[in-house]
Design a protein around this ligand. Sequence first.
Ligand code: A2P
Length: 329
Amino acid sequence: MDMVRLAVVGATGMVGRAFLRVLAERDLPMKQLYLFASSRSAGQRIDFQGQEYTIEELREDSFDRGVDIALFSAGGETSMQYAPIAAAKGCVVVDNSSAWRMHADVPLVVPEVNPEDILKHNGIIANPNCSTIQAVVALWPLHRRYRIKRIIYATYQAVAGAGMGGWRDLEEGLQGKPPKKFPHPIAGNCLPQIDVFLDNGYTKEEEKMIQETQKIMHAPDMKVTATCVRVPVFIGHSEAINVEFEEPYDMRDVIDILENAPGVRLRNDHANAVYPMPVEAADTDEVYVGRLRRDSTVESGLHLWVVADNVRKGAATNAVQIAQLLCKK
Ligand code: A2P
């Protein structure tokens, strides 16, 4: 593809706005830009690179005019309904919702890990869950060298991951107002529930991390478990990750691998209190890794602390990177 006609679906949302910021920075070869949201926002104007665009209501005929790539972040129901309509019109959808991620014929892509999977798309490519993206960017180069046997995730996830509503709950909660988006106050609190509960006692967010890690790394038998927690941080997910490798590892080699891993920044200087933090990761595209230490309770165990901007690398940046790969194809 040379010059593309691009659409953003959910352009008024937390991730939709980040799509526009990242697109402006990355100079995708674009000849047309269409912005869609719900009827509530139709007619609203948004500035992009000095030009004003009008938000249109998303409708069944929205893709009739010829759209090459559409970045979707308007919730699962919207993606479920409209992504196939867009794909049937010849558009390639990069979908940020969880609606299509586990479908067998939908690639789930993190460009630093499995860019080759993009080629297998049938009109829809799924952008993984924010917590999964940052984890696999850090773990993939280690898996290639030492083969991961088991992963235990514990996440500390920012409210931006719950969209504008999550952001407002923390902002207003800090002023003593009751929550609207979350089931409990988030200010001064931690919520060990992200998304709905499943019959097995896990939440859907935890299940997403487990299944998506296995799919992206093409490792269906890898043992993965997770506990996902919402914390009162505006932007930037943190993750305590415990990994057990098949093979013995050398800590200097692990450091060397992570220092050279695409998309990774090592922040691992204990003596100087240098470690990854959400305030440092916010507004950047990198995945920060630190607090590296051997877990000697198992044969070949490693602890990592992994932080990234969940709205950028966890959503918008990853989707735009996929769009850039599509353009190069
Ligand atoms: P709108 O602003 O018109 O409601 P967030 O996750 O930050 O809350 O953003 C959700 C995004 O998805 C918004 O841009 C929202 O538009 C959009 N959206 C929600 N429902 C629909 C729908 N049925 N059709 C199109 N866009 C939708």
